[in-house]
Design a protein around this ligand. Structure first.
Ligand code: SF4
Length: 432
């Protein structure tokens, strides 16, 4: 249900949902809060702001002069000003409601009437927001930093997961373009350390099941651990989380279950590198699926073996195709990440052709995701030097778009009536 509040100052549209509340002021700005009152983000003019639990604020917009996408991490004092402004706007709406200065009604009169009068529904949406503010968000961010080594990366569909940080860093850490874990040594928590971590995470309100739907077993490459260890780890996860039964396959059934079991999660999601995945059997994956592993994310990057060797990925194209097929045979879903523009002009033609072939050979379908992620040539990483030495030029924005479109157009699915999802993945737009 959407509520319109009309006053002399204009129109405010409030949309309370199960997990969030949005408030639009004459169409723009629009602020988004979770149901506990934390600011999630704002749209102000042509700027979109995304706030993480760590209170980082990411600003995104298109430059009017050339349409180029710009991303900045907002620093103090601008961050405090932008966040505080969102809370002040919500405060004014609550004040207008309290003083009966408004006309307040649902915008869809034909919808089933809410159980409570509009004013009460709005008060229950606005009151938690009024109890929050910049100071409280800062305190939560401090608490979060105590619980986590900074969460470096998640797949976009998992930005709203609860991260269970079993490992930090990546067990391989050798890809020449990757800066996620470069300064981080690979470390694995003992089962007792993991229990203590989960005990803190699950008692932290910002990561409650009401707000977050899934559990992400992180960091990079957590599934690379030996199978016996992983089964013990999943045993510990079950001590802290309950999951929607896997026999409920329809989204409608799963949604109904979560509604009647508000502390349940959709399942466990995690990254794995190609070589570690290739070492696991169908039975290994099946055993993890029985423990509620739902989707595994694999950085294919390219289907071209020459390019994979150039960027020093730990696995070959055929190993990654094999690994994905084993996961699929075990009943898992996969998220396959392909890099658009990696290998620059030198590798472009083979990269497009072989990446399409490799993904098509994986026989993906409903529940799987193909992420197309624009390659970022980070300064100072080995890729930059190696590419320079070989005279490889990065693709321009237009060339990236053309390559992205070409890969997307070439993809097909095991059953065309049950396609996988294809989505963009911009690693520069991540906050947790
Ligand atoms: S396997 Fe993934 S996380 Fe590890 S170095 Fe390569 S790209 Fe980075």
């Amino acid at each position: 249900m959407i509520y319109r509040i009309v006053s002399e100052a204009g129109e405010v549209v409030v949309s309370p949902k199960a997990g969030s509340v949005s408030i639009a002021y004459n169409g723009n700005p629009v602020d988004y809060f979770d149901r506990d009152g934390r600011l999630l983000g704002s749209q102000v003019g042509n700027r979109h702001y995304c706030r993480g639990l760590d209170n980082r604020l990411l600003e995104k917009y298109r430059r009017p002069e050339d349409g180029e996408r710009v991303r900045n991490e907002v620093q103090e004092p601008a961050r405090q000003r932008i966040i505080t402004a969102a809370y002040e706007r919500a405060g004014i709406v609550a004040d207008m409601l309290n003083r009966n200065l408004t006309e307040c009604k649902p915008t869809h009169p034909n919808e089933i009437a809410p159980l409570l009068p509009p004013r009460d529904v709005l008060a229950s949406a606005l009151n938690p927001i009024l109890a929050y503010g910049y100071e409280r968000l800062c305190l939560e961010a401090t608490e979060l930093r105590r619980m986590y080594v900074p969460v470096g990366i998640l797949p976009p569909d998992q930005y709203l997961s609860v991260v269970a940080q079993l490992t930090t860093g990546c067990s391989y850490n050798g890809c020449t373009f990757c800066n996620f874990c470069r300064s981080r040594r690979f470390a694995v928590k003992s089962l007792d350390e993991f229990r203590r971590h989960l005990s803190e995470v699950t008692s932290f309100p910002a990561t409650s099941a009401r707000l977050r739907k899934s559990v992400f077993l992180g960091d990079g490459n957590a599934l690379s651990l030996p199978q016996k260890t992983l089964l013990e780890v999943f045993g510990v996860l079950h001590e802290f989380f309950s999951f929607v039964p896997s026999q409920l396959r329809e989204a409608r059934e799963r949604y109904a279950y979560r509604k009647s079991h508000p502390h349940s999660y959709e399942g466990v999601f995690s990254f794995v590198d190609g070589r570690a995945a290739w070492k696991k059997t169908v039975d290994d994956f099946r055993a993890l699926k029985e423990q509620h592993l739902r989707r595994v994310y694999l950085g294919l990057e390219s289907g071209d073996d020459a390019l994979l060797a150039f960027v020093r990925k730990p696995a070959t194209r055929s190993e990654m195709i094999d690994a994905v097929r084993r996961m699929k045979t075990a009943g898992l879903n996969v998220g396959v990440i392909a890099m658009v523009g990696v290998g620059g002009d030198r590798f472009a033609a083979a990269h497009v052709e072989q990446t399409i072939d490799a993904i098509n050979a994986m026989e993906l379908g409903d529940g799987d995701i193909v992420y197309l992620s624009d390659f970022v040539n980070h300064r100072g990483l080995p890729y930059e030097r190696l590419a320079r030495e070989r005279g490889i030029r990065d693709l321009t924005g237009l060339e990236l778009k053309a390559q992205r479109d070409e890969i997307r157009a070439g993809l097909h699915w095991k059953d065309p009536s049950e396609p996988a999802q294809v989505a963009l993945y911009d690693i520069r737009e991540f906050v947790y």
